[in-house]
Design a protein around this ligand. Structure first.
Ligand SMILES: NC(=O)c1ccc[n+]([C@@H]2O[C@H](COP(=O)([O-])OP(=O)(O)OC[C@H]3O[C@@H](n4cnc5c(N)ncnc54)[C@H](OP(=O)(O)O)[C@@H]3O)[C@@H](O)[C@H]2O)c1
Length: 230
């Protein structure tokens, strides 16, 4: 299959690429990070895309015409997850985060759905967060962005089932990828809270994503919690 994953330069995205590339062709976007590790790998192709720059997103959407896509994995997150208390968060911060995270995801997914509808096959996999179910203090903007994506997962699953297009999601707990701007104490607490007394790894979460890549088209509209038994 041909897979496009946004934000594949490191962390979870790269862990997914390493698993997916064993069997599939993988296109991925990156922004600031150098992706020399992807060079000279014939079935992995990096596309520099800054989601805060409209022309970059438009260029990615044009490039999708050549990918014959089967799977879209919406993984990128622009900005840091931890902010401050809701009442201290500038209204513009919510607006900017929506513009940089949700709007590119919407336009990229619209393009993917057009490709999937024509071939009567497609899979959308969204990376959410455990914080949708229980946002800790300071994560309101991040949790709300992810909650919006959770709702889109349900919309896409419902509207495109008759085109054999599925939409599913994963909601991982904390992973030590350098993404979260949190302190050591939070890290210790996250490990302590976990029944296995250790933090979830990106590789373990990537396996949950690969479950959806391989899954029957009869599974759609579900979210797998990863690293936090409910
Ligand atoms: N780490 C966690 O604890 C955790 C828990 C639950 C869910 N998640 C979710 O997992 C996903 C991946 O996060 P991660 O932990 O693997 O962190 P990460 O390695 O920092 O991944 C974030 C990705 O987004 C890309 N990105 C950042 N700014 C961008 C921009 N302006 N334009 C385009 N792309 C941009 C980054 O690209 P560059 O690095 O090249 O700039 C990177 O590839 C995110 O959706 C996150 O919300 C993470």
């Amino acid at each position: 299959m041909n897979i496009l994953i946004t934000g594949g330069s490191g962390g979870l995205g790269r862990a997914i690429i390493e698993l997916a590339a064993a069997e599939h062709t993988v296109y991925f976007t990156h922004n600031k990070r150098d992706c020399a590790w992807a060079e000279n790998r014939s079935n992995i192709k990096a596309i520099k895309t800054d989601f805060t720059v409209l022309s970059d997103v438009e260029r990615l959407i044009a490039a999708m015409n050549e990918m014959d896509l089967d799977v879209l994995i919406n993984n990128a997150y622009i900005g840091k997850p931890l902010g401050t208390h809701f009442h201290k968060t500038a209204a513009a911060e919510f607006m900017d985060s929506f513009a940089h995270n949700i709007m590119p995801t919407i336009t990229i997914t619209q393009k993917a759905i057009a490709i999937f509808m024509a071939k009567r096959f497609g899979k959308i996999i969204n990376v959410l967060s455990a914080y949708v179910a229980g946002p800790p203090t300071g994560f309101s903007r991040y949790a709300c962005d992810k909650a919006y994506l959770a709702e889109l997962t349900l919309v896409w699953a419902k509207e495109y089932v008759r085109y054999n297009i599925t939409a599913n999601a994963i909601a991982p707990e904390y992973m030590d990828t350098g993404f979260s701007n949190i302190d050591e104490r939070f890290l210790e607490q996250a490990a302590e809270r976990h029944p296995l007394k250790r933090i979830l790894t990106p590789q373990e979460t990537a396996e949950a994503v690969m479950f959806f890549v391989a899954a029957t088209q009869q599974i759609s509209g579900i979210t797998i919690p990863v690293g936090h038994p409910q």
